[in-house]
Design a protein around this ligand. Structure first.
Ligand SMILES: Nc1ncnc2c1ncn2[C@@H]1O[C@H](COP(=O)(O)OP(=O)(O)OP(=O)(O)O)[C@@H](O)[C@H]1O
Length: 757
């Protein structure tokens, strides 16, 4: 233990004193909620006469709404710490948000954990106390104070000893770590450790890489960093939002409550597969297919696939027009294509240039034909004075009319579409992966026959996560000719606004003549109107607006389990974050994805060169020593030089091994469920055995999660049973990494069922 810890039961007076203070804080919180509700109500009822007033009203409702959400989310564990100082400063209380005295002097009653003044709570040690005499953890249940853990930051009291791991608030920390898991990640705001705090508060700019073994709190640190950045750089980040990328939707559900519990709503949690609005990547595919799709060479394959759709006719281009056939030579179309390509614009935007050039050529052809027709059978008339024989018979206006007619002709449009079709990313990718000839043409010399066989699939196949970065790349290559759509959107917004203003006016007139009861009905209407109006504009947080917009760029991007991302995934993320303000969190020893990375430089070099900074986390908070000893065997197979992180606790419970099939799996798992005593249990199986294991454990319901290792990435359970580790290892080129991940999901107990082999 690093410091003297007060394990004596606290005197009732101490508890009572803290209870009084905490109760006062909750009263202050209630007041604040009531005030904010009143402000929100007032803002909703105010009419914006001018566009500026409307905008101000929207900004105010949005602000109050956000504040209300924040005040609502900090109810549990509002205040969790107190610092007492050596000098005569008043004690500082630390909590989830800042609260101030409502009187004139505006004294802080509770410090937000992210405020600089709260930092000693996480950093002060006996050796470097930063003026702190005592650190107190206050444990609460609802609004009741149920316990206190004190540390006196005094080297003499600690016997001059510094513990190896330098843990702060050890009693509170160990209590948190021993807690049964619920299936949802909780925040660690009361027990953040110094090495974690350093990372959480690292500066905003540039790429920060956080490398740490399993259970070192990388995910927790990443989420607290998001909350810290939004607090500290609110001006910069509130409007653009923060994106947190996780490996799959189970993981996102697992971490989903952490940021709201810290009072933050401006964060979009997403997988890579969810980052293309309008596409749900629910399909699965073989590892080989995902690996090929993740390679950087796909950029060239896709560029070629787009170029392949810009065709010129074999021989000549003939199109029916006005009971006639207009013919263009192949070279004329080729020149039009070159002209369009030379603009360097994306396919759908450059299409206009191509279409214009072909239409110009067609107008010429049509004009010639008309002149021929006009004069057919007409005897030569002598030229009048000033006339020349080659003066055009059709003037500019005639030509414009012909052009308009050509442009409006369905046959001409269809013929042009054959040569240079308008394309969506979805259509192009479906066509490409569903057609062997197209695929070969786009990838000859870039992919092998085996690669092509891996990615080719029936045209109606569902989208997979590895398709999404390809769709994103194609969206860039194809571009959007969206003038008409933008105008329609603006018109729609104007109409909606006028409608809302109208409803408000009617309500106001009504209110003047309604009696009390009816006004209450109007209040309900008001609430509905509020919801409607907010839904359209101000209620949407930056994160929600970002989720609907592929071209949104975020103020900061945090990537968890980053080692799993492919080169194409990184290209997509780089587009979402042109400022390269990123936090990249992961463990290159846990890489399971075939396109994932085994070194950070290999992964990031292509996008940021060597302009990234590395921080390491070294202490394992999840997995006890006994289990890490077993996990270390798997890690040794990955790379004998790698070391497991140091565990903070021992449980005295050794992991067990048995042979699969000796006892029915259901009964083995029943024992584990009983041992977990209300905690969570997972059975991790090789993909090939998953269905069989699931049906064997049918009836265990929600008590047991049956998952592949890939699905269990980033999650944790009180008890874990690993089925057929040999098969897990054999199933993938990174099988030992997978086994390492499987063993390190456990917080209390690990069992391994080997196959007979
Ligand atoms: N300072 C802390 N106080 C309390 N609990 C902590 C602390 N740091 C980490 N934990 C807990 O340890 C567990 C592991 O944390 P987390 O999932 O963030 O680790 P990780 O490094 O992302 O692991 P992996 O790479 O295996 O997914 C979680 O239950 C987390 O809440």
């Amino acid at each position: 233990m690093s410091v003297a810890e007060d394990r004596e039961p606290h005197r009732t007076t101490d508890l009572q004193h803290e209870q009084d203070y905490v109760s006062m804080l909750y009263r202050r919180l209630d007041d604040e909620r009531a005030t904010t509700e009143r402000r929100l109500d007032r803002a909703l009822r105010s009419h914006g006469e001018t566009p500026q007033e409307s905008a101000e009203r929207d900004a105010a409702t949005s602000l109050h709404h956000e504040r209300l959400a924040q005040l609502g989310s900090v109810e549990q564990g509002l205040c969790f710490g107190r610092l007492d100082f050596h000098d005569d400063r008043a004690p500082a209380y630390i909590g989830r948000i800042g609260l101030f005295d409502s009187d004139g002097d505006y004294e802080p009653l509770l410090l937000d954990w992210r405020a600089p003044a709260a930092r000693p709570f996480y950093l002060a040690t006996a050796a470097s106390p930063e003026g702190v005499r005592r650190r107190r953890h206050i444990r609460t249940l609802s609004r009741k104070v149920v316990g206190l853990d004190d540390e006196i930051l005094d080297l003499r009291a600690a016997g001059g000893q510094q513990a190896d791991l330098g843990l702060a608030g050890e009693a509170a920390l160990l209590a948190a770590l021993e807690r049964k898991r619920t299936g949802e990640m909780g925040d660690i705001v009361a027990t953040i450790q110094a090495e974690q705090d350093d990372i959480i508060r690292d500066e905003l700019g540039g790429v920060l890489v956080v490398q740490g073994g399993p259970g070192t709190g990388k995910t927790a640190v990443a989420l607290h960093r998001a909350a810290y950045l939004l607090y500290t750089y609110r001006q910069q980040l509130a409007s653009r939002g923060v994106l947190v990328v996780g490996p799959n939707s189970t993981f996102l559900r697992y971490i989903g409550q952490v940021l709201p519990s810290l009072g933050e709503t401006g964060v979009l949690l997403s997988t890579i597969g969810q980052l293309f609005p309008g596409v749900r990547a629910r399909g699965t595919e073989r590892r080989e297919a995902a690996e090929v799709k993740g390679r950087p060479v796909m950029v060239d394959v896709l560029a070629r696939a787009v170029a392949d759709r810009q065709r010129v006719p074999e021989d000549r281009f003939a199109v029916e027009f006005d009971d006639d056939v207009l013919v263009l030579r192949r070279e004329v179309v080729e020149r039009a294509r070159e002209k369009a390509r030379r603009t360097g614009r994306p396919h759908n935007v450059a299409r206009r240039v191509f279409v214009d050039a072909v239409l110009d050529a067609l107008v010429e052809r049509a004009a010639v034909r008309m002149e021929v027709d006009l004069f057919a059978g007409v005897p030569d008339i002598p030229l009048a004075a000033g006339e020349t024989a080659d003066a055009p018979v059709l003037d500019a206006r005639d030509r414009m009319e012909i052009r308009a007619e050509l442009a409006g002709s369905a046959t001409v449009a269809a013929a042009l579409d054959e040569l240079w079709p308008k394309l969506t990313p979805q259509r192009l990718l479906r066509d490409l992966l569903g057609d062997a000839d197209r695929l070969r043409s786009a990838s000859e010399g870039l992919l092998s026959d085996a690669d092509r066989a891996a990615v080719q699939r029936p045209a109606r196949s569902p989208w997979t996560p590895a398709d999404v970065p390809l769709l994103d790349e194609l969206a860039e290559l194809l571009g959007e000719d969206d003038d008409a759509e933008r105008a329609a959107r603006e018109r729609r917004e104007r109409e909606e606004r006028a409608y809302a203003e109208g409803v408000l006016d009617i309500m106001d007139q009504d209110e003047e003549i309604l009696d009390e009861d009816q006004i209450r009905i109007a209040d309900v209407l008001d609430a509905e109107l509020f919801a409607e109006r907010q839904e359209r504009r101000s209620r949407l947080t930056a994160a929600q607006r970002a989720a609907r917009d592929r071209t949104w760029t975020f103020g900061h991007v945090i990537v968890d389990e980053a080692q799993e991302l492919s080169a194409m995934d990184w290209r997509l993320l780089a587009r979402r974050c042109p400022t390269r303000s990123m936090t990249v969190v992961g463990d290159v020893a846990q890489t399971g994805a075939p396109g994932g990375a085994s070194s950070w430089q290999e992964m990031l070099g292509r996008h940021v060169g060597d302009r990234w900074r590395l921080r390491q986390l070294t202490v394992n908070y999840r997995t006890p020593v006994e289990i890490m000893n077993v996990a270390a065997e798997a890690l040794h197979e990955v790379d004998p030089d790698l070391r497991v992180p140091t565990s903070v606790r021992e449980t005295g419970v050794e992991p067990w091994r048995a042979t699969l099939g000796e006892r029915p799996l259901a009964s083995v798992v029943d024992d584990e469920v009983a041992a977990a005593d209300g905690g969570t249990v997972a059975v991790l199986a090789p993909a090939a055995r998953l269905d069989a294991v699931r049906s064997e454990l049918d009836g265990h319901g929600e008590a047991v999660s049956v998952l592949t290792v890939a699905e269990a990435k980033g999650l944790e359970f009180d008890g874990v049973v690993v089925v057929a580790p040999e098969d897990i290892v054999a199933e993938s080129p990174r099988g030992w990494n997978d086994l390492y991940v499987a063993c390190t999901r456990a917080t209390q107990r690990l069992g391994i069922l080997c196959t007979e082999r």
